[in-house]
Design a protein around this ligand. Structure first.
Ligand SMILES: Nc1ncnc2c1ncn2[C@@H]1O[C@H](COP(=O)(O)OP(=O)(O)OP(=O)(O)O)[C@@H](O)[C@H]1O
Ligand SMILES: [Mg+2]
Length: 334
């Protein structure tokens, strides 16, 4: 049995549209108008034991909505899901004890308490044994390097320190499933790296199932072998990170260095990305790379040639840019 399973999971948000003026108000009494947003549209996937999956998509794609349904915070409009065998929105205690949702944009800790006391409250809620709790918190705070901050009021912590405390709080009951919704948002590069490193080590040691959303491609690249990409509520890719390049990048980058100055127009060979008197970089359609290289070697005095994939970050950026331009997100009026 898969640890997480979503089948045709659908969420339609309905927001009442108020029309302006008295006429609109009266009309509204008889004839209500709604805006509908299909935030998740027949979302289907399975995640197995120990997997660390990146959940990608542009703003408003439906990532948080799906994670909220899988965490039992939202009821779906239709469809089905199981997390550790439980239907999440039935909100069984057995499930609550085994999963965690961390939302980078919201805080779960009490602002006016030191982190230590906030954690202590959670210990009581989950009914965790004191010795076990101490061991887990000590271990996590050491790994995250916040051992000396445990008695500082949460509101006085830096953003990075607070996020680390949120992580500890999400892990004190040693969940088997972890949903991370932008855990590194707003953090500086050093803290991002620290959190990333922590997540990598934690996942390796505990074989915990993790679903991570992040707008930082580096998080995804360093942590996730598999990615699920969603846009306008629909999943359009589910597979190995490397396959994104194969599937969505139509071009490769050919870099040439010349033995002597070669100032000329290379546009017949591909799209010129950069050029100096002794080098040029060209974007070339995948299928034409071999032939183009041969033509370039014949045409110029080449001292070095190098063919590279476009960085995944750029592929994703292009992909989302194209999709946004093709299908603008206009909510359907009903
Ligand atoms: N409570 C709500 N009521 C109405 N519409 C909502 C509600 N929550 C989200 N939406 C809409 O549903 C869509 C998906 O939102 P969601 O928050 O799931 O996106 P996301 O992928 O998490 O985006 P982001 O990357 O910006 O966090 C958006 O169009 C959003 O405006
Ligand atoms: Mg979100």
């Amino acid at each position: 049995m898969a640890t997480i399973e979503a089948r045709d999971l659908t969420k339609v948000y309905r927001t009442y549209r108020k029309e302006s003026g008295l006429r609109g108000a009266i009309k509204g009494l008889f004839y209500r108008r709604y805006d509908e947003t299909r935030a998740a549209d027949r979302v289907t996937f399975q995640i197995d034991e120990g997997e660390f999956v990146g959940f990608l998509g542009p703003n408003g794609a439906g990532k948080t909505t799906v994670l909220k349904m899988l965490s039992g915070l939202l009821n779906p409009t239709s469809g089905d899901a199981r997390v550790l065998g439980f239907v999440p929105w039935e909100r069984r205690n057995e499930m609550k004890r085994q999963f965690s949702l961390l939302m980078g944009q919201k805080n779960a800790l009490w602002w006016d308490l030191p982190a230590q006391e906030s954690l202590e409250l959670n210990r009581a809620i989950y009914g965790i044994d004191r010795d076990r709790f101490k061991k887990v918190v000590d271990g996590l705070s050491e790994l995250l390097e916040v051992g000396d901050k445990m008695n500082v009021m949460v509101r006085e912590l830096s953003l990075g320190e607070r996020m680390k405390m949120e992580l500890i709080s999400a892990l004190i009951h040693e969940p088997r499933v972890l949903f991370l919704d932008e855990p590194t948002i707003g953090l500086d590069v050093v803290s991002q790296k620290r959190v990333r490193e922590f997540l990598r080590v934690y996942n390796e040691e505990h074989r915990i199932v993790t679903m991570l959303t992040s707008h930082y491609m580096q998080d995804i690249q360093e942590l996730c072998d598999r990615v699920i990409i969603i846009d306008h509520g629909k999943i359009f890719f589910d597979g190995a990170l490397d396959r994104i390049i194969d599937q969505f990048s139509a071009t490769k980058v050919v870099s040439l260095t010349f033995a002597e100055e070669a100032v000329r127009d290379f546009s017949a060979f591909g799209e010129v990305v950069a050029q100096t008197p002794v080098s040029v970089q060209l974007k070339v359609p995948r299928a034409k790379v071999t032939e183009t290289c041969r033509r370039l070697l014949e045409a110029c005095n080449v001292s070095d040639i190098n063919v590279q994939e476009i960085p995944i970050e750029e592929v994703i950026r292009q992909l989302f840019g194209e999709r946004a331009a093709r299908e603008p997100a206009i909510p359907a009026a009903v």
